[in-house]
Design a protein around this ligand. Sequence first.
Ligand code: AMP
Length: 136
Amino acid sequence: MSNNINSIVVGAGRLGSNIAKHLYKQNLNVLLVDKNKTKAANVVDYGGFLEVGDATDLTFLEENGINEVKRAVFVTDDDSTNIFLGDIACYLYNIEEIYIRLKDSRKRKIVNPRIRCIAPFDLSLDDFAKQMKEEG
Ligand code: AMP
């Protein structure tokens, strides 16, 4: 499968599926991947491509067009998997825009600066601090 995919999102949980929907709404050719069949089947209101498979399998990634994508988003439930996938995207496939989710944002320090980190914990803390400041 290839279908001129330009964005790949790995992890079809709440975050991943909403990122995929967001990209799809921007008229981008998106592929959403999850290794869990049930998780993939539960994604609703998404018009892009969907595949079941393990994204740490390079053959699977290549068969699904990883060589052609401009953007890769790795939001599995495991930081180490996301860091590993980010490195694969960077060093093996030279993908232009790479995002990974980090539950533990302290790991940012070991991530290649080319890879953008999304850290929900930091965002929540920033949001709290901002709202507290607004409160006066
Ligand atoms: P959540 O934590 O709800 O955002 O979901 C994360 C998703 O990542 C789960 O649905 C997992 O099945 C999926 N996932 C974890 N590891 C992999 C992997 N190696 N390849 C594809 N999907 C994965």
